[in-house]
Design a protein around this ligand. Sequence first.
Ligand code: PLP
Length: 531
Amino acid sequence: MPDSAPSTFIIPDRLTIPTIAKRRAASGPLNAGVAAAADVEAFKGRTQHLHKPPAKRWCHRLTDETKARKGSSLKEAARFLETEGLISLGGGLPSSEYCPVEEMTFTVPKVFSTGVVSDETDVITAGKRDLARGVSMFDVETAFQYGQGHGAAQLLRWMVEHTELVHDPPYRDWSCTMTVGSTSAFDMAMRMFTKPGGWILSEEYTFSAMTETAAPMGVRVAAVAMDENGMLPDALDRLLFTWDETVRGGPKPFIVFTVPTGQNPTGWTQPLQRRRGIYAVAQKHDLYILEDEPYYFLQMQPYAGPEAPAVPPPTSHEEFLKSLVPSYLSLDTDGRVMRMDSFSKVIAPGSRVGWITASEEICQRYRTHADLSTQGPSGVSQLMLFKLLEEQWGHCGYLDWLIHIRMEYTTRRNVILDACERYLPKDVVSWNPPAAGMFLWLSVDYKKHPDYRRKSLEDMEDEIFHKIIQYKTLLMKGSWFCPEEGAKPDALFLRATYAAASRDKIQEGIKRLGEAVKDSFGITAEVNGSS
Ligand code: PLP
């Protein structure tokens, strides 16, 4: 378990009870109709942040494109729609009469306290005119209409409150705005901060889509060495300290992209001390951190070994939240972090809904961009998530769901680790038990390969990759996750995931992997003793 999260978390019960309910009562009813602008400040605790310092300004780092964005005048005009008695002949919004959806109904599992999910289900319904009928704050008519780039105020409020509960950012003017998932948020952040010919920094193995987004923008990625606790502060410091613009052909980078929890592809998680170390280097070199955290809530129970009894789930929401490694956002006294949250790994990737948390300056720029590009996530998804998270589960019900997910992933992780212990030749393949996420990073000692002196590492990796397919299993090549163009890896890794296959198939897949590796390395069962 990580060392302590800030101990001042106050976890209110469902939305109906004290803290948030009181705040909501004080701020009055949320009247958010068609394309309503959201006042994020009003969603935050009024007094909770006043004593905190303001965020650092980043204007000097923003691209000309971002600074030139004036926003959408048509969306600006939407604020007059709230005017009493107003007849709008202005906005090009189709009448909801011509939206053929009268009602949306979906079925979800019942979640009981502390992560127990039953076989029983709840049916959730959203009607076309629930808002006008006074039965809900959000409805089909509003959600399926054009909206603001920051997303619907109804759902955004839930996100702001959730962010406050989990991270309580330590500066005053933090804000949130919705995204079409973290892939889009990263793309937009790149356009906000980077120019062709520039560099950004990331872990030496990283999410390949990030590199693939940066490359066509003319932005290169400098790899920072890592160990099983993630990016190494000393390596980051050294890389920046010794940065040579002439050799690199570009200025010293100021953006660091990191996946601190259950990193893709390694599955490694930065403990609190490591995060503090990286943050200190970011302060020293005045870096801006893009914290990409789709796996944050896939933090699992500790792995105690193949024979060890299962570790029981957290017994309360408070215990659950305290068990999470504090985020960069929660350490961000300067306002130098843009955190990207996503529902992709905990509800549904196809929802295409997430949100960023950053200083108001950055969020405002992001919204201005979103108004003229994505126009916010799909209203269908937003309505579904609102109904589920706000009206059905509330904050505590969502935490129950997350505890449930945690326990499911813990079981899956344990299954793959047990299978590895059983079937893999340990003199050739090694791994660290992941504490979060959905990936297991397997290190293959290529120096023991019979062709070690004859073949390049690349060819050996390719041979092993195809051998595994021959044994009817698929793993990803580690080299696919190397972000720095031309930098040749000097290790051989394979990425396996335990997220989707059934438990039987995970075991069978690892068994086949073991056979493929033994075949490739010419290991006989008797010699290895681990068949
Ligand atoms: N970031 C990382 C590190 C990922 O591994 C993934 C998905 O695999 C994403 C972002 C994608 O997130 P989203 O679905 O929110 O775009």
